[in-house]
Design a protein around this ligand. Structure first.
Ligand code: MN
Ligand code: MN
Length: 459
C-alpha cells in the first residue's frame, strides 16, 4: 500500500517536460492573482488553442459539431471550456473543475481613513486565513474600480519592481507582552487588518492631509474619486512572483496555489487533449473559499445554463437531454490536498496522508467530524479511475484531510454531485495551505496534469 516517489521515474526527457510545465505554471500564477485575472489569462490561452466564445455560436445559431472548441464566461470571474466529442452529449462529459479564488484581504466599500499621520485602507478578509500571517509582508493591490459612467478601471500596484508595495503592521515585540498571551485567533484582530498606504501630507491641507494626498494621487493616476471605492473590487494579495524553492529547486512557493495549481493543470490538460471521444469540459469557478455562493460560484446556474445552450446548438434542446447529459457525466473536482508536514505530524494519520512527490492525490471524501458535508465518492468510480491512472502510468496517492476530528474542509464536489454524476476530489498536495505563500512539489504538478489528460481521454 506504500506509494512510491515519482522523482525516481523521471528520465532526462521527463525532467525537461516537468520543468517546462512548471515554468508555464509559475507564469500563470504571476498573471493570475485574482479570479478575474485568471479568467483573462485562461481566455488568452484558450483562444491561442483555437477556442471560440460560445456567445458567437449562440448569436449566429451556429451548430456545434465534434471537434469544436468553445468557452463561456460568467461575469469575468468564472469560465467553462468545452471540446465537443464524437459521442452524443447525453452519454456524458468528462469534466475537470477547479476554483480560481484564493484567500486574501478585500478592501471595504468605505475604506479610506487617516490616523496618526498615516493613511489606511480598511479591509475585510476573504476565506479562511490565519490573520497573524498577513502582517509585515509586502502586499499588492489588484482589482477593478467601476465608475458611475460605466468605465471600469483596472488596477495592479505592487507587482512591478518599480511599484511601491503596501503593508499591514504588527506591534513591536518589545511592547507585546499582552498580545503574546492571546490566542492565535486573536493576536491580530480582523478589524485591525488595515492596509498602510501613505504618510506624506498634501501641502496646504489642514485636516486629513495624508488622506488628501492619497486622493490626489488616485485622481491623477487612475481618475478615481473617493466615492468610486463604493463600486470597487480591490483585492490585497502578497506582492511578488512565484519562486522555485529548495537547493534542488524541486518545489514552488507562491501565493494562491489553492486552487490555481489544479486550475492551471486542468486548463493545460484541457488545451492539450484533442478530438476526444466524449465531450471534455474544464470549469474554473469563483467563490469556493466562501462557500461556492454567488453568480460566479459553483452553486450558480451558470454551468447548467451553459450546458442547455450547448445542447441546443447540438440540436438537443429538451430538458431531458440536459438531465441525461449531466447525470451521465464524470468529474474530477480538482482541488488541493493537505500535504504531510513532518513539523506538524500529529495533525496527520500517516497511512492516509498525502506526501510531496508521490503524485496527484485522490480524496474519496473530505468534510469534517464524521465526513459531514462531504461528497463521498463511489467505490466503483474510484475503481475506474485507478485503472485509468495506472494505464497512463500516472503517479497517484490517496489521502484524507488530516486525522479524524482534527479539522476539515470542503470543495465544489458535492455541488456537481447534485446532478447525479460521478464526482471525486483529486488534486495537488500543498504545504502551508491558505498562508500568503503556499508550497507545492513540481513532481505533483507534473503528475496532476498527466492524470487530468488521462481522465479527459479515457474516463
Ligand atoms: Mn481549494
Ligand atoms: Mn482553500
Amino acid at each position: 500500500m506504500e506509494r512510491k516517489t515519482a522523482w525516481n521515474d523521471y528520465k532526462k526527457k521527463d525532467m525537461k517536460k516537468l520543468e517546462k510545465l512548471n515554468e508555464a505554471y509559475r507564469a500563470f500564477l504571476d498573471a493570475g492573482k485574482t479570479e478575474r485575472e485568471c479568467v483573462t489569462e485562461s481566455i488568452r490561452q484558450a483562444k491561442e488553442a483555437g477556442y471560440v466564445d460560445l456567445a458567437e455560436y449562440i448569436r449566429e445559431n451556429r451548430a456545434l459539431v465534434p471537434g469544436d472548441k468553445v468557452y463561456a464566461v460568467c461575469m469575468k470571474k468564472a469560465i467553462a471550456l468545452f471540446q465537443i466529442g464524437r459521442k452524443p452529449l447525453e452519454e456524458g462529459m468528462n469534466i475537470l473543475g477547479a476554483h480560481i479564488d484564493s484567500p486574501r484581504l478585500d478592501v471595504k466599500q468605505n475604506p479610506l481613513y487617516e490616523d496618526g499621520g498615516f493613511a489606511y485602507l480598511d479591509t475585510h478578509y476573504y476565506g479562511g486565513i490565519k490573520k497573524w500571517q498577513w502582517v509585515t509582508l509586502p502586499l499588492a493591490i489588484h482589482g477593478v474600480v467601476a465608475k458611475k459612467d460605466g468605465e471600469v478601471v483596472e488596477i495592479v500596484i505592487g507587482e512591478d519592481e518599480k511599484d511601491p508595495v503596501f503593508c499591514v503592521t504588527d506591534l513591536l515585540v518589545h511592547l507585546s507582552r499582552e498580545q503574546q498571551e492571546k490566542a492565535a485567533r486573536k493576536v491580530i484582530e480582523g478589524e485591525n487588518l488595515d492596509l498602510l498606504i501613505g504618510s506624506c501630507p498634501l501641502n496646504g491641507e489642514e485636516k486629513d492631509a495624508v488622506k488628501g494626498m492619497t486622493l490626489k494621487l488616485l485622481k491623477e493616476k487612475y481618475g478615481i474619486e473617493e466615492e468610486d471605492f463604493l463600486s470597487a473590487e480591490l483585492e490585497i494579495v502578497p506582492a511578488g512572483k512565484a519562486r522555485e524553492l529548495g537547493f534542488d529547486a524541486s518545489m514552488i512557493m507562491a501565493y494562491g496555489q489553492d486552487d490555481r495549481v489544479c486550475a492551471y493543470t486542468s486548463l493545460a490538460a484541457m488545451l492539450e487533449v484533442d478530438a476526444p471521444e466524449k465531450t471534455t469540459c474544464c470549469l474554473l469557478v469563483d467563490k469556493e473559499e466562501i462557500g461556492s455562493v454567488g453568480a460566479t460560484g459553483m452553486q450558480s446556474r451558470f454551468f447548467e445554463n451553459t450546458m442547455a445552450e450547448l445542447l441546443a446548438l447540438c440540436g438537443k434542446s429538451s430538458d431531458l437531454a440536459l438531465r441525461r447529459c449531466l447525470a451521465s457525466s464524470r468529474m474530477l473536482s480538482s482541488d488541493v490536498s493537505a500535504a504531510y508536514d513532518p513539523l506538524y505530524a500529529s495533525a496527520f494519520e500517516k497511512k492516509n496522508a498525502a506526501f510531496f512527490g508521490k503524485g496527484i492525490v485522490i480524496n474519496k471524501f473530505t468534510g469534517s467530524a464524521g465526513k459531514s458535508g462531504s461528497n463521498d465518492a463511489n467505490a466503483e468510480y474510484l475503481g475506474t479511475l485507478r485503472a485509468i491512472f495506472d494505464d497512463a502510468k500516472v503517479n497517484w496517492q490517496t489521502a484524507e484531510l488530516g486525522k479524524v476530528d482534527v479539522g476539515g474542509g470542503g470543495t465544489i464536489a458535492y455541488i456537481m454531485a447534485l446532478y447525479g454524476m460521478e464526482v471525486i476530489d483529486s488534486g495537488v498536495p500543498v504545504l502551508s495551505m491558505h498562508a500568503p505563500w503556499e508550497i507545492t512539489s513540481k513532481a505533483d504538478v507534473y503528475e496532476a496534469k498527466k492524470a487530468y489528460v488521462a481522465f479527459l481521454k479515457n474516463a
